[in-house]
Write a protein that binds this ligand. Sequence first.
Ligand SMILES: [Zn+2]
Ligand SMILES: [Zn+2]
Length: 292
Amino acid sequence: MNFSEQIMANEVPIRMGFFFGIFAVMAIWELIAPRRALTVSRAIRWANNLGLVFLNSFIVRLIFPAAAVGVAAFAVENGWGLLNYYQLPFAVSVVISVIAMDFIIYLQHVLVHAVPVLWRLHRVHHADLDYDVTTGARFHTLEIIISMLIKFATIVVLGPPIVAVIIFEIMLNATAMFNHSNIGLPKGLDNFLRLFLVTPDMHRVHHSVEDDEANSNFGFSLTWWDRLFGTYRAQPRAGHIGMTIGIHKYREPRQVSWLPGMLWLPFVGRLSDYVINRRQWSSDTEGGQNEK
Ligand SMILES: [Zn+2]
Ligand SMILES: [Zn+2]
């Protein structure tokens, strides 16, 4: 059995190991050296954020039992996708695939901020009143399903090696937990990592209540896309301690910290409100989510 076959054969335990391992490291780090004081009870937030994560895992497994790896295997067998059509050295295909899938995640993130009905789903991620390792996995179930469909479409068009899909999923999961952590790195290390990797200070800017700050730093793993497309913002105006996390309009704990409220959050407010707000918003000089 070669390296790729070993990874494929042990995909689930490898992914679980990374998830629990990195989660534990970041959780302990946050406890020992938190960047900001939490504003909501950790027990309530964690129980509900992790409750949503387990609900999502269960539903995704139920709807898509083959998962992304199954779609990649299907594409390989049928010769679908660019990288199954053009034969490149295996390592080159893996690197191209991981980078390309990260780029698609960046574009998807810009999209869910720009399209009002998708923002309704994505605002569940942003409505968290604090920012810690559990925020990184807190997404509405419908957003997770849409993400999966975009990922499947990407795989069918790109035709990545199966092992690249596994590496990418582990990387995305690991970086999301890392960069949502309530920690701070030494300035020199933070600046160095930012040349390629999204750091906690960099992504925290994206969780600001301020519109222009929330519409920056869309990257999840690589920092290049934000730099390339002009959405990079180094620091929040109010500083990491002074900034406010969340969404201006939704700050009621029942609605944003408890699971039933989070699941219902996309359906709050009439859809037509967006049109009215968007008109007001476009007359404003500053961009941003129309409801903030
Ligand atoms: Zn976002
Ligand atoms: Zn985030």
